[in-house]
Design a binder for this molecule. Sequence first.
Ligand code: SF4
Length: 215
Amino acid sequence: MSDLPMPEVRLIDNCLQEHWPDAQCELLAADPFEFLVAVICSAQTSDTRVNQVMASLQEHLCGIEAYATIALPQLERLLSRLPFYRAKARSIHECARVILQQHQGVMPRDAQALCQLPGVGAKTAAVVLANRLQVPAIAVDSHVQRCSQRLGLSRQQRPSAIEADLRRRFPAHRWTQLCHQLIRLGREYCRPQRPKCSSCPLSQACPRYGVTKPR
Ligand code: SF4
C-alpha cells in the first residue's frame, strides 16, 4: 500500500472536524497535578468512573503536598472503586513525592521529565502535555492506533511510530483534538469488532470502508 496522499488526509481531517467539532478530554481536574492523577486513574476504566473517584478525592485532598503525605492505605481506600487501585495509588503517591522533591512542586513540562515519574509512560505524558500544559503532543491509545491504521494514516504497529506518522501528516495545532476525535470515532463507529462502516461519518474517506472484517 502506498503512502496516503495529502488530499485524502485533508478529507479525513475535514470529516473529523465536521462530525466531532467539540471533541475534548472528558476528565475533570482542577490543576495539572490533579489531571495527572486522573490520567493515571483512567487506565482500564471509563472517564465517568474516574470523574466520580476524582470528585471524592477532591473532598479529601487538595494540592500535591496532600497527595505526598497521605498514608498509602488511605489513598488506596479512596481509589478502591478503580481497577488496579493499589498500583495506581502507589504511582500517584510517588509522583507527588518526586514532583515535590525534584521539581519544587511544579509539574514538569516536557515528555522526558514526565516519563521519569513513577507509573508515567509516553501515552500518559502526552495526554498531560496536550490537555493541561498547552504543549502539542499526540497520545496514541488503542482507539487512535486502530483508527489511524484503518484510515490509512499509518501502517505502523508501534504507538511511537504511529505518533510519528500523525505528527508528519497533521499540523501541531490539530494534534490534541485529533486524538479526541479519533477516540470518539473508535468508540462510536470504528470498534475493534464489527465496525459500523455503513453509518460511519468517515466512510467516504476510509480505504477500509466495507472491507474491514470483524477481528
Ligand atoms: S468506514 Fe469502517 S473501517 Fe473506516 S473508519 Fe469508519 S468504521 Fe472504521
